[in-house]
Structures are given as structure tokens and as C-alpha cells.
Write a protein that binds this ligand. Structure first.
Ligand code: SF4
Length: 360
């Protein structure tokens, strides 16, 4: 019997009643489906796929803003590849703008943007910066280098989001069915355990910091089930090879030097208090500010809401675990990875893309 089989046996042995667990990260969702773990677990365990895909939750207002910037003839607009295919509020994406002649480029590392700005002093180079706390340090480093080197043709459209605040709001919703959480190991590698200790105390649910391989996911599920069966709610680190209790202090210092937390609109979920980052002084001079929100445009998470601006895509329900991707009427018909109606079908970490790729 290999390690995965042994872990499955232990989960079956310990699981005595129905439990609903949420894996936070889209990378974990894809791994669970790819390995078929969801089908091997006891029927009593329900997995909810959380909002851990930064591309999926980037607000349409920010995408619309990126598209408007890309249309300006002096602008070079750069971002990560997945971001180019996410539709904005009117269905257009950055890829279609590139096909129409806009200078839109894929970058793989934020510091590449510095070189681009240096090579094109007559152009305005805009980096559309997305991602969780995992990619925020690299954007922070870019901002610091830009100021240090006096590069004045570089600007940042910041759409970085923070995981702990959205978990806090999801778990606070009285309709939330989640009883235990598998936290995203890579975010904790940067941020450490402190935010999650707070969440455990506040919401009295077990949280297990979990990795991404089949064995690591099974280990996280086992530890969560064991706690639930014993009536416990503790933070456990099941990914100690990568996550230290304090996290990466150097990365945290860098992020705190460059960014401050702000309320942020998450696509499909509404306003998350403290759910995003913006540049703080003196880095603010690099920022392309968000357009003012019309009054009442945003709402907070509720278990019955379909918040956000998507009218054809109920991604908010998918991101809250209230709707399975294959239960969406558009899944696999009018919405496919080639022709996505919503961000969860675009991204390599999106739940809808995972179910499309690994059919159930
Ligand atoms: S299948 Fe498509 S339309 Fe339905 S929730 Fe997913 S992304 Fe949105």
C-alpha cells in the first residue's frame, strides 16, 4: 500500500459523519480533480472549491480599466498570460485588444517590466499586477526598483488581493456550510500562520495549511477530519517543508513597505474588507488609481447573493462553493475554455476550467 492509499484508508477509518471542507486555492482544486481525490473520498466528505484563483476574482472594473489603457497609443500594457483572456464588463478582453492593434504583452516576471520601460523611454509601460500575497512581493520589488532607478515611464495598475480577509468574510456568513478549511500552502509560505490563527479563534473551525501534491492534500483532509471528529478547531501546519510559522519575513517587510491593505471588489463576491492592496507613499506616484465607484455598486458576501457585475456568469456562487461548475447552465455549452463567459473558465486555476478539463 502506498502513502496515498494509506492516507485514504485513515480518512475512511476516522470519518464517522458528514463533513464539508473547503480547499482555498485553485491549484489545490485542479490537483484534487486531476488525481480523482474527490471521487476516492468517503461520500460523507463534501469538498467546496474556494475563491483561491486571483485571476478569477479580479474585478471587471480593473479589467475595463486595463482595456482602456491598452487602447491608448503610447501605452504598452503588460500582465500575466491568463489575465489577457478574462472578459471585462462588456465581454471584451485584452487579447481582443491586442488583435485590434493594441500593444499588449505577456510577462513572466514583474522585473521584466523594468527592462521594457528602459527599452521604450517614449512609451508609457503599464503593469497590470494581479495575484495573491504570493506574487505581491515581486510587484513590490518592481515598484521599489522603479523608484530607486528613477524610471518615470512605468506605472502600476494594482489588483493584488489578500486571502485571509476573504476567508474571514466567507466564514462569517451565517449560510456558510464550510466546517473545515484547507489553507493554501503557498500563501502561508509568505504570510506565515498568524492570520490563520486569528481566523480559527474567530470562527471556531479547523484550518489545516496544506500543500498541492496528492499526498499533501490527503494529509490535509485527514487532519481536518480528525479535528472535526474530535470536536476540535485548531490551526495545523501539514506543509512544514515549505511553511514556517513566521512565514517569509523579508517578503512581508517588502510588501508592507510598498503596499497597504484596502477594501477591494472581488469579482462575483462583492466588497471584501481589507481584501486588496494599494501602493502607499512614496510608491503611490506609480499607481494608476481605480475609477471612483458609483454609490451602492458593491455589496458584501452573503450566501444567497450572486454579487458582482456578471449577468450571464454566476461565478460568485461557484467561488462561494454554492454552485458546482457543472451545475451552471452555460458549463460546456456556451462557456468553454476557448470561449469563456467568466473568469473561472479562463484561468489555469479556475474551478470551472478544472471541471471542464477533468470531467465528472
Ligand atoms: S461555467 Fe462559465 S458561465 Fe458558468 S460559472 Fe463557470 S465561468 Fe461562469
Amino acid at each position: 500500500m502506498n502513502r496515498s492509499q494509506a492516507l485514504l484508508e485513515q480518512i475512511r477509518h476516522h470519518c464517522r459523519q458528514p463533513w464539508t471542507l473547503m480547499e482555498v486555492c485553485g491549484g489545490q482544486t485542479h490537483a484534487l480533480l486531476r488525481h480523482g481525490i474527490d471521487r476516492l473520498l468517503p461520500e460523507a466528505i463534501t469538498l467546496i472549491h474556494g475563491p483561491g484563483c486571483p485571476v478569477c476574482v479580479t474585478g471587471t472594473d480593473r479589467i475595463d480599466q486595463a482595456i482602456a489603457l491598452a487602447q491608448q497609443p503610447d501605452v504598452i500594457l503588460c500582465s500575466y498570460g491568463d489575465m489577457l483572456r478574462v472578459p471585462g464588463s462588456d465581454g471584451r478582453d485584452l487579447l481582443s485588444q491586442r488583435a485590434a492593434g493594441a500593444d499588449v504583452r505577456v510577462i513572466y516576471a514583474p522585473l521584466d517590466v523594468l527592462e521594457l520601460a528602459r527599452q521604450h523611454p517614449q512609451r508609457r509601460v503599464v503593469f497590470f499586477a494581479v495575484g495573491f500575497e504570493t506574487t505581491a512581493p515581486a510587484t513590490a520589488l518592481l515598484a521599489r526598483q522603479a523608484l530607486l532607478r528613477g524610471i518615470d515611464n512605468l506605472a502600476l495598475l494594482v489588483a493584488h488581493v489578500r486571502v485571509a480577509p476573504v476567508l474571514d468574510q466567507l466564514l462569517a456568513d451565517p449560510g456558510c456550510a464550510v466546517q473545515g478549511v484547507l489553507a493554501a500552502g503557498h500563501v502561508c509560505t509568505v504570510m506565515g500562520e498568524a492570520d490563520y490563527e486569528t481566523l480559527v479563534r474567530r470562527h471556531q473551525r479547523p484550518i489545516v495549511i496544506t500543500g498541492f501534491s496528492a499526498e499533501e492534500l490527503l494529509e490535509g483532509i485527514l487532519r481536518c477530519v480528525q479535528q472535526l471528529e474530535r470536536g476540535e478547531s485548531r490551526l495545523e501546519n501539514a506543509y512544514p517543508a515549505a511553511v514556517a510559522a513566521a512565514g517569509n519575513r523579508e517578503a512581508q517587510r517588502l510588501v508592507n513597505q510598498v503596499f497597504e491593505a484596502v477594501d477591494s471588489d472581488w469579482r462575483g463576491l462583492g466588497t471584501i474588507q481589507g481584501g486588496g492592496y494599494r501602493l502607499r507613499e512614496p510608491f503611490r506616484q506609480l499607481a494608476i488609481e481605480a475609477p471612483p465607484q458609483p454609490a451602492g455598486a458593491s455589496t458584501a458576501i452573503t450566501s444567497s447573493s450572486t454579487t458582482g457585475t456578471d449577468t450571464t456568469c454566476p461565478s460568485g456562487l461557484v467561488l462561494q462553493g454554492l454552485l458546482r461548475p457543472q451545475q451552471c447552465p452555460s458549463f460546456g455549452t456556451t462557456c468553454t475554455p476557448e470561449h469563456p463567459l467568466g473568469a473561472p473558465m479562463v484561468s489555469g486555476e479556475g474551478a470551472c476550467a478544472a471541471y471542464f478539463r477533468y470531467p465528472r
